[in-house]
Design a protein around this ligand. Sequence first.
Ligand code: UT7
Length: 328
Amino acid sequence: MTEDRIGLLGMGAYLPSRVVTNSDWAQWVDTTDEWITTRTGIAERRFAADDESTADLAVQAARAALDDAGIDAETLDEIIVATDTPEVYTPDTSAFVQHRLGARQIPAYDLGGSGCAGFLQALDVARSRARETERRVLVIGVEVLSRVMSLTDRTTCVLFGDGAGAVVIGRGAQAAEILVAVTGTDGSRADILGIETGGTRRPFSPVESPTGRLEITMRGQQVFKEAVRRMSAAAREAVERAGLTLDDVDLLVPHQANLRIIDAVGKALAFPAEKVCVNVRDVGNTGSASVPIALAQAHEQGRIQPGNLVLLTSFGAGFHWGAVLIRF
Ligand code: UT7
């Protein structure tokens, strides 16, 4: 008899239907399709409809993951939502998701502020919770970044998109086992990427936020370098801790921030390009939703087979990073 494993019982993703192309951005800011394509590898991204908000996207992805796992929301024991673009400031998005899914009155909480690394941090927490408490945990990565970008800063706005991805973590003979989770933080780099207004240091006001929007700011080249360094180091650490090598890995699913960052990580790891999952061309950078969307799409496309070793790696504002190694 197969011993039960702690891991992924199902996964799913949701992308809003509105497509925004590079040509659209070229009409709105001083940019070109050629610049965006060559510097980022992004051709298009999805934006939430005006009447869609974070919980709508999260619930769609959660339902897809629950369907994939073949379980009902009533059997969930815990919900974690990783997002930097919450439904409202307080309460957290997970409260709306718990209610909308029809889940029992279980613990539900957000993991916010970790930027694009939030989903992998949440996965690390969920794995421990499932192991220690036998709980079945729904983990969602979701962003509506189109509502927190400067619509005039061409160095940031062209990068981001909206979307959601989800997984159900628990015990089961068929679970895709989480072998290792590595996460880390270097707060000395907190100033290179973030949303600086809206907190207690710089409350949202006409002075601090003259455009009337929360806006992502970043030092692009510094973020680029940290991203490559941290994602490759975390990926290496994860396989080493599992007593394996990168040659054993069948598919690398990196955070989809920029094709050049993905290529640089592949190069730093001497990892074959054909074993790297890339969807940044079609969805842009969807923050904490990026890795679970790419994972769910790769699974749906049949790129992940039973027995495969899949390595997830990400980085985000904080500076936070993570890598998770999964045996399907
Ligand atoms: O999830 C984490 C989120 N953030 C990231 O992942 C960002 C990481 N960083 C990057 O991906 C890259 O640094 C960028 C894509 C943001 C920028 O690419 P780059 O190769 O580092 O360009 P750069 O900042 O060195 O800018 C080169 C030129 C500049 O013009 P000058 O000074 O050489 O005349 C920019 O003003 O490109 C200009 N530029 C643009 N031109 C057309 C910057 N953005 C644009 C644009 N269209 N959208």
